[in-house]
Each structure stands twice: as structure tokens, then as C-alpha cells.
Design a protein around this ligand. Structure first.
Ligand code: HEM
Length: 188
């Protein structure tokens, strides 16, 4: 993944745990200092090593680490560094999720050869939503859960999130989430 993902993990650890803990994580991951060039694409093994090392040093699961990182990505990284892109994607959660693919597509001019995920939102007749997440990668469902939690906070929406199906294949992964806002769930 692009180095800006690595720098976002570093920013999260530095802001929540400080430089001593970050040095421990970097050493544990065996990741070199030159793995943090934002606009360079690196092998996915780098990000996976950082997540595994952070989970070990912080004594949390890799899923908890990815969830926290997803929230940080939206609430800190995206807001601070990509605010215009976030705003251009929509001002409420459903419209935003519908536009997410075109936002990632537009970035392909900047991030050459990057491998973005795909999201497809389906509205059920009862007003609840299914969100389909497809990726060429596997194991990032907890990251998407964190991203969705971050988006819910960003849009000031109470969002119920549950995983209804997860399929792994040679092509990667397809996860289906059921999403409900509090207003809808109160309809009874
Ligand atoms: C404006 C903010 C955003 C920017 C600049 C951005 C950019 C990127 C970049 C550069 C990657 C790495 C792809 C690669 O190196 O191959 C990525 C991955 C990813 N993005 Fe975004 N993104 C943004 C917002 C979001 C949001 C709001 C979501 C979801 C709700 C999202 C979902 C993902 C996921 C799940 C991945 C991991 C790759 C995968 O699943 O295969 N992104 N994004």
C-alpha cells in the first residue's frame, strides 16, 4: 500500500502512545525508516508487519488495532490532509458511501497503480442498508468497521454495523455489512 498509510499508522501511535512506544513497534516490525514516503507504493507486507507489531506491543488484537486505525484514518488523517476530498464525496453517510468508489477512482491520477477497494450500497425495502465491500486483499474487514465508525462520528450519525457475510476467494474478499441508523431502528 501507499506509504501514506504507513505514516498514518505512525501518526496514530505517536499521538496516542508517544515516541518510545512507536520506536518499539517499528523495531518489532523490522520496518526501515525509508518505508514512510507518503507517495511511494510498498508491498502490503509492510503494513501487515506494522499492524502485527502494534498489536503485540500494545497487547491488543490485530482486529482491534485495525479498527482503531480505521477510525483514526477518517477522523484525523482524512480530515487534516484530504478534507476537500472528504467534503466532495458527500455531506451525509449514505450519499458518501455511494460516492466512495468515484472518490477512490479520482485519486488514481495521483496514486498510480494503486489498488483501491470497491463499495456498493444497497437499500432494503425496510430502509436498512447493505454495504458490499470488495478488495483484492484479505483480512481488512476490521479496518472497514473502524472506517465506518469514524464516518458515523464525522457525520454525527448513530450507526449500527454488523457483518452479515464474509467470503474469501483467490480474488480477495467480499464482506457484506448490514448498516442501520438509530432513526431507522427506532421505527420498530
Ligand atoms: C479522503 C480520504 C481517503 C483517501 C485519500 C484514501 C486513499 C486511499 C489509498 C491511497 C489507499 C491505499 C491503496 C493502495 O495503496 O493500494 C486506500 C485504501 C483503502 N481505502 Fe481509502 N481513502 C480515503 C477514504 C476512505 C474511506 C472513507 C474509506 C471507507 C469507508 C476507505 C476505504 C479504504 C479501504 C478499505 C482501503 C484498504 C485497501 C483494500 O481494502 O484493499 N477509504 N485509500
Amino acid at each position: 500500500m501507499y506509504g501514506l498509510v504507513h505514516t498514518a499508522i505512525r501518526d496514530m501511535v505517536l499521538s496516542k502512545h508517544g515516541p518510545v512506544v512507536w520506536d518499539k513497534i517499528k523495531t518489532e516490525a523490522g520496518v526501515a525508516d525509508d518505508a514512510f514516503l507518503a507517495m511511494q507504493s510498498y508491498d502490503d507486507s509492510v503494513v501487515l508487519s506494522l499492524v502485527a507489531a502494534a498489536a503485540k506491543v500494545l497487547e491488543i488484537s490485530a482486529a482491534e488495532c485495525l479498527d482503531a486505525f480505521g477510525q483514526f484514518w477518517v477522523l484525523d488523517t482524512a480530515v487534516k490532509h484530504y478534507g476537500n476530498m472528504l467534503d466532495s464525496c458527500g455531506h451525509e453517510i449514505w450519499g458518501f458511501l455511494q460516492n466512495l468508489d468515484s472518490m477512490h477512482d479520482r485519486m488514481s491520477g495521483t496514486f498510480h497503480g494503486y489498488d483501491a477497494p470497491s463499495f456498493y450500497l444497497e437499500e432494503n425495502s425496510d430502509g436498512t442498508h447493505l454495504l458490499h465491500y470488495r478488495s483484492s486483499r484479505q483480512g481488512l474487514t476490521p479496518f472497514v468497521i473502524g472506517l465506518l465508525k469514524g464516518l458515523a462520528i464525522h457525520f454525527n450519525t448513530k450507526l449500527g454495523i454488523s457483518v452479515v457475510a464474509e467470503e474469501l476467494s483467490d480474488a480477495g474478499q467480499h464482506t457484506t455489512f448490514s448498516l442501520e441508523t438509530e432513526d431507522l431502528s427506532c421505527r420498530g
